[in-house]
Design a protein around this ligand. Sequence first.
Ligand SMILES: [Zn+2]
Length: 66
Amino acid sequence: MKELNCPTCPGRRAPRQLLCPTCWHTLPGATRNRLTIRDPRTPMRRQQLRAALADKTPLPLVRVSR
Ligand SMILES: [Zn+2]
């Protein structure tokens, strides 16, 4: 399967994942849970993650809305 660069480290991620496994597990559990929910607010949560990464927010502090 094709792999892509992780947005926050030199690691690689699968196309369907937002981050590499290492970075993903560095996120708070509540944030991970919310990012795996599929509903009309999914794009908004992903945008919040991208904005937090762009602001260099440490991964353990990244939060997204419900
Ligand atoms: Zn990573």
